[in-house]
Design a protein around this ligand. Structure first.
Ligand SMILES: Cc1cc2nc3c(=O)[nH]c(=O)nc-3n(C[C@H](O)[C@H](O)[C@H](O)COP(=O)(O)OP(=O)(O)OC[C@H]3O[C@@H](n4cnc5c(N)ncnc54)[C@H](O)[C@@H]3O)c2cc1C
Length: 397
């Protein structure tokens, strides 16, 4: 016999970008009583440390559309809601080798067909755009003029506020310790760290790096792995000052972007060398000296100034990755009412608004927008049908 301390139509686990956007859209779509449980604080997982770059460069129509529609949402956020989320529309340049021309052109043409402002660039145009940099003649690129970034923590806090205004019961410092399932494999409720049992028939697991652990408690093995990428921060360049544009450089393998505080954030474009994290509650949050040196070396190949850039430290963070670098979203096969929304593989922030709408629509039957759950199907690896991408570089999707 379960002692019930409360009930909800939907319980959302996790106060990251996915949990908050899902709860927000559930409320907008009239899903009833929604409780969002966050074991620590809003943004405690991957979302709070995100670069929150909002680009639309993808190899699939659905991911371009999800990013495109989400970008509009972020752009209009302050105007619609009267809350500043640090939206800055800087544009983003992608660079690759001419041998990847077919992939680049395919992505650019896909984007253009879907209404994205993007132009191909040759080496002389790249040199004009970034005079500090070195571009060999066989380097090509694309400039996505509407690409932007937001301040992740401001965004998450604004969202939590909107959720609460719409009646969502957002509880921080309350973790889910157990998910209750009856003998018919139907969700019955959750048990929390405060000793409460909340009765519900629908649980949405937006637990980010902890999502796989929650599934494992129900005996479900999902294709999620947690890794630790590092980010390095550098002082503005001596000769140029603050970075103006976001860059994704497939040749040096690095991305870099301006941060609101003036420094430049630098990270890798791949997962190579990132160590696996078994316990996301206990991982190294620091940046190693080796990684800082690595960034100087790689960035220095493109912009020689960075060989001597002043380090302002950095951080270790968490990505939840899948074998094909795309998320797992949908009702978990075998358990009615248990939904998984995780595995965004280091590029999920930008899609939060449109994914949240689609996930909420799976529950309410509302219009999902461009979201299509079959693309993110949880069982696609077992079926031997992973998503394939134009580039060999997973994080770019
Ligand atoms: C360094 C870094 C840079 C990135 N840069 C970009 C970028 O530029 N652009 C982009 O689009 N994406 C980027 N990403 C990826 C993006 O940030 C993630 O895909 C996204 O934040 C994942 O959000 P989430 O809500 O799924 O998970 P999380 O943000 O990790 O949220 C999960 C939450 O669930 C909570 N939780 C877990 N278990 C429980 C439980 N049992 N009970 C209650 N609460 C629980 C956790 O405390 C956590 O707050 C980056 C990520 C990192 C780490």
């Amino acid at each position: 016999m379960i002692a019930i301390n409360g009930s909800a139509d939907v319980v959302v686990i996790g106060g990251g970008v996915m949990g908050l956007f899902t709860a927000y859209h559930l409320a907008q779509q009239g899903a009833g009583r929604i409780v969002l449980l966050e074991k620590s604080h809003i943004g405690a997982g991957s979302s709070g440390k995100s670069g929150a770059i909002l680009r639309q460069h993808y190899s699939h129509e659905i991911t371009v559309k999800l990013s495109r529609d989400s970008l509009k949402f972020f752009k209009n956020f302050a105007q619609h809601n009267g809350i500043d989320i640090g939206f800055q529309q800087t544009g983003m340049a992608f660079i690759c080798h001419a041998k990847d021309r077919a992939s680049l052109e395919a992505n650019v043409s896909l984007q253009k067909n879907l209404g994205v402002n993007v132009e191909l660039l040759d080496a002389p145009q790249l040199r004009d755009m970034e005079p500090r940099a070195v571009f060999d003649d066989d380097v090509i690129g694309a400039l996505e003029t509407d690409a932007a970034f937001v301040d992740p923590q401001l965004t998450l806090e604004a969202l939590a506020h909107l959720c609460q205004s719409d009646g969502v019961d957002v509880r921080q410092g309350v973790g889910v310790v157990d998910i209750l399932v009856n003998k018919n494999q139907q969700i019955e409720g959750v048990k929390t760290t405060t000793g409460e049992t909340i009765e519900t028939s629908t649980v949405i697991n937006c637990g980010g790096p902890w999502a796989g652990i929650l599934c494992a408690r129900l005996g479900i093995d999902v294709a999620l792995k947690v890794i630790r990428p590092q980010q390095a921060y550098f002082a503005p360049s001596k000769s140029f000052g603050r970075e103006k544009l976001i860059w994704g450089d497939l040749l040096t393998g690095m991305y870099w972007k301006p941060e609101p505080a003036g420094w430049t954030r630098v990270g890798k474009m791949s997962y190579e060398g990132d160590e696996e994290v078994i316990d996301p509650d206990n991982y190294d949050e620091g940046v190693s000296r080796g990684f800082i040196e690595f960034c100087r070396k790689q960035m220095g190949q493109r912009i020689p100034d960075y060989r001597e850039a002043i380090s302002w430290g950095g951080c270790g963070a968490l990505y939840t990755v899948t074998p094909d670098a795309h998320a797992l979203i949908g009702e978990v096969p075998g358990i009615n009412g248990f939904y998984l929304v995780s595995g965004f593989s280091g590029h999920g922030f930008k899609m939060g608004p449109a994914v949240g709408r689609g996930v909420a629509a799976m529950i309410t039957g509302a219009d999902p927008g461009p979201f299509d759950e079959s693309f993110f199907a949880i069982d696609r690896f077992e079926r031997g049908q992973p998503v394939t991408s134009a580039y060999a570089y997973g994080i770019l999707g």
